[in-house]
Design a protein around this ligand. Structure first.
Ligand code: PEP
Ligand code: MG
Length: 758
């Protein structure tokens, strides 16, 4: 049964559209369960009812016409209860509703299971049979398992289907189609999508309108010619070593590329309007699907060959037009997985928004986006990447929503919000040179987190008083190999020089987790619990020493360098890092440089560190809390996973208790304690942290003015009172509500909800 299940899920997940997917489901279930009927009902949000979308066994005319409300019939009951209903004789059940069009009166037993995606009942999967017998437990378990696995596939196919393909849908249609993601960086963006796909990755090639059909065909034929040549060359060079059946494979490959096989189909898709890469993806996917459904294992294997051929042709197409990306004046960059390197591909004056299918609000791509002030949606898992390129989008970076092809009313509502944002930014600019001082005279320094060169100018413009976290891994990530000591020193000097005499806290390389270096791959089952941060650099003293030496060299003459150690778990790590830092200082002094030992600090970002703050504080000069990681480790919620994004809550009572405890412990040793996690950039978070006694707050430059205005609007006494109240509460949602109320009373504007006339 497990095999059957796997095969159905695999087939359905590569179906080209919703209709094919549903037809496949009903056919395969009916066959594998040997029932007379299998049907799928799906929710239609327009009519608020469940529609019979596909059926094997009921009258075909009923498909698309039978509609049931959420409380109607046995299907309605499955929806209402959100659990399976298994009946021996359906007609006897009081909820049974006879729908003549279906012809279901012939069938006695009924098993309906809900199709649930993200807690929503998308629809119902029903099997029926003539015999008056209850479906047995294993049948029920099979259908429940299948439905659970197919829910995501159906949701995705539904979303994709409503967008249509380039060939069959006028791109200008107004549809206001909405997709849900995770709010990554606040703000609203209105622009046109440009999809970036990793090279030679056929599955993520987007559809695009062909500008010049003949040219696309010519390019495709050229790519084919090159692949044919490659195959012949490989075939010839292996001729001596291969058996004749194996050699025949090369002929099969060549035949697949013939004009009346794959190639002909691709050309006809190009003639329908798609560009060569998109047409190739469509045809290859379709063939792969057909082959992988075959029962004969030899033929099934051919799916891999077709994929391989497709990838080869794609590589040549991409090579021939590397600058296939086009950026409009308002570009919204869309990617399966957004990386820092991708952000650099768009000229910054044209980039208005970002969307990533993977990742969540505390992924590093989102953190970078916040520092650049670019509205961003992460974890848009249902977004049909291949159908988005070139379409107009509205991003709501407050709620995490994406609207595709928005209508005029929606656009007008979001343009209003954009205007409001601009007005607020102008008001906040006036605070640039004022201190972050409460109404009763308590001040707290506001520092920034940086990583990109552009962050420096933006931070100084907004009145930052220091750098609390310079993420040195960012310049490492946008390169092809480890930068030399000299190159590192030059990069670091730009930060130290621009901020001097204000302090600059440089964190030693924090790779691992969701931060991969393309030239230093770390393959792990569980990267957030793996080789990360200080664990990597202590294992590679050559990397650590070079980096510390580069920092010290860069700081020569400025006296504003602070060095910070990430992901520290144990005292011996601090001691070892201290020894390395001493050694680097000594070496450089011996080389004649005028450097002295900088202030050194430890990041508290794993639970073990929370309970050792005093021990660390005795060995270093300062403590800085990395609340992004601390939250994920305390709550056991992957900061990168959109599926659990709702559970990643900074105001969780456990997180707040830990934060308060750390500040208290650090002060017992007279160490300064700051925070450089994203919580410090939130208006509510900054008030609580100030009241907890944090000595400074370090945040993204974008939010700094807002944080300053929040602190300037309250007295320290009131902030202390708010903290006391919050600490007595036991529910994060209620804490959020209380904080929002308090902020509104203070006149702090919360993200506006668009007013869209219906
Ligand atoms: C943190 O974990 O809070 C932090 C500041 O470091 P990063 O986000 O780079 O992991
Ligand atoms: Mg961290």
């Amino acid at each position: 049964m497990l095999d059957v299940l796997r095969k159905i899920v695999q087939e359905v997940s590569v179906a080209p559209n919703l209709e094919t997917a549903l037809n496949l489901i009903v056919r395969s279930v009916q066959r594998s369960m040997s029932t007379q009927v299998c049907s799928v009902y799906l929710f239609d949000p327009g009519d608020q009812c469940y529609v019979l979308m596909a059926s094997e066994g009921l009258h075909k005319e009923a498909v698309g016409t039978v509609r049931l409300s959420a409380a109607e019939g046995l299907v309605g009951m499955v929806v209402e209860r959100a659990e399976p209903i298994n009946l021996e004789n359906a007609a006897e059940h009081p909820a049974f509703k006879y729908v003549e069009a279906t012809g279901e009166e012939r069938f006695s037993s009924f098993l309906g299971v809900p199709i649930i995606h993200h807690r929503d009942v998308l629809g119902v999967l029903v099997v029926q049979q003539k015999d008056t017998r209850r479906f047995d437990e294993s049948e029920e378990a099979f259908l429940v398992t299948l439905s659970a696995q197919l829910a995501g596939v159906i949701a995705h196919a539904e979303a994709t289907g409503s967008l249509g393909t380039i060939a069959d849908q006028d791109k200008k249609d107004v549809i206001d189609l909405r997709f849900e993601g995770v709010a990554g960086s606040s703000g609203v963006a209105i622009g046109v999508a440009t999809v970036v796909a990793p090279p030679a990755d056929l599955a993520s090639v987007p559809d695009k309108s062909a500008k010049d059909i003949e040219q696309e065909i010519a390019g495709f034929e050229e790519a084919l010619k090159l692949v044919r040549r490659d195959i012949k060359v490989v075939g010839r060079s292996l001729a001596q070593r291969l058996r004749s059946e194996e050699q025949a494979l090369f002929d099969v490959y060549l035949r697949m590329l013939d004009d009346n096989a794959l190639a002909g189909e691709v050309i006809s898709r190009i003639r329908q309007g798609n560009w060569a890469q998109g047409a190739l993806r469509e045809v290859v996917t379709e063939h792969v699907r057909q082959f992988s459904m075959m029962d004969d294992p030899y033929l099934r294997e051919r799916a891999t060959d077709i994929k391989d051929l497709g990838r080869r042709v794609l590589a040549y197409l991409q090579e021939a037009s590397p600058a296939a990306l086009e950026f409009t004046d308002e570009t919204i960059l869309v990617a399966d997985e957004l990386t820092p390197a991708m952000l650099g591909e768009v000229p910054s004056d044209k980039l208005v928004g970002l969307v990533s299918v993977h990742g969540s609000s505390n992924s590093h791509a989102a953190i970078l986006a916040r520092s650049m002030g670019i509205p961003t949606i992460m974890g848009a898992v249902d977004l049909p990447l291949t159908r988005i390129d070139g379409r107009e989008l509205v991003l709501d970076g407050y709620s995490g929503r994406i609207y595709v092809q928005p209508g005029e009313d929606l656009l007008a509502a979001y343009r209003d919000i954009l205007r409001g944002e601009l007005e607020e930014a102008v008001e906040l600019e006036a605070l640039k040179d004022l201190p972050a001082e409460t109404t009763d005279g308590y001040t707290i320094p506001l520092w920034v987190n940086t990583g990109l060169i552009a962050d420096v100018a933006r931070s100084l413009d907004r009145g930052a008083e220091g750098i609390g976290l310079y993420r040195t891994e960012i310049p490492f990530m946008i390169r092809d190999f480890f930068p030399s000591e000299h190159e590192q020193a030059q990069t670091y000097r730009k930060q130290l020089e621009a901020f001097a005499p204000r302090p600059v806290t440089m964190r030693t390389l924090d790779i691992g987790g969701d931060k991969a270096l393309p030239y230093f791959p770390i393959e792990e089952e569980n990267p957030f619990l793996g080789w990360r941060g200080i664990r990597v650099t202590l294992d590679h003293p050559e990397i650590f020493l070079v980096q510390v030496r580069a920092m010290l060299k860069a700081g020569e003459g400025y006296d504003n360098l602070r060095i910070m150690l990430p992901m520290v778990t144990s005292v011996h790590e601090v001691e070892e890092a201290n020894r390395q830092i001493d050694r680097a200082v000594r070496e450089l002094q011996e080389e004649g440089l005028n450097v002295s030992r900088p202030l050194v600090g430890v990041m508290v970002e794993v639970p073990a560190a929370v309970y050792q703050v005093r021990r660390f504080a005795r060995r270093v000069d300062f403590i800085s809390v990395g609340s992004n990681d601390l939250t994920q480790y305390l709550l056991a919620v992957d900061r990168n996973n959109p599926r659990v994004a709702d559970l990643y809550v900074s105001y969780h009572p456990a997180v707040l208790r830990a934060l308060k405890f750390i500040a208290m412990e650090a002060h017992k040793e007279n160490a300064t304690v700051s925070i450089c996690g994203e919580l410090a950039s939130e208006p509510g978070g900054c008030l609580l942290l100030m009241a907890m006694g944090y000595d400074m707050l370090s945040m993204n430059a974008t939010n700094l003015p807002k944080v300053k205005s929040t602190i300037r609007s309250i007295s320290k006494e009131d902030a202390d009172e708010l903290l006391a109240e919050v600490m007595s509460m036991d529910d994060a949602d209620r804490i959020q509500v209380l904080i929002n109320e308090r902020l509104t009373e203070l006149g702090i504007t919360l993200p506006a909800q668009p007013v869209i006339p219906s």
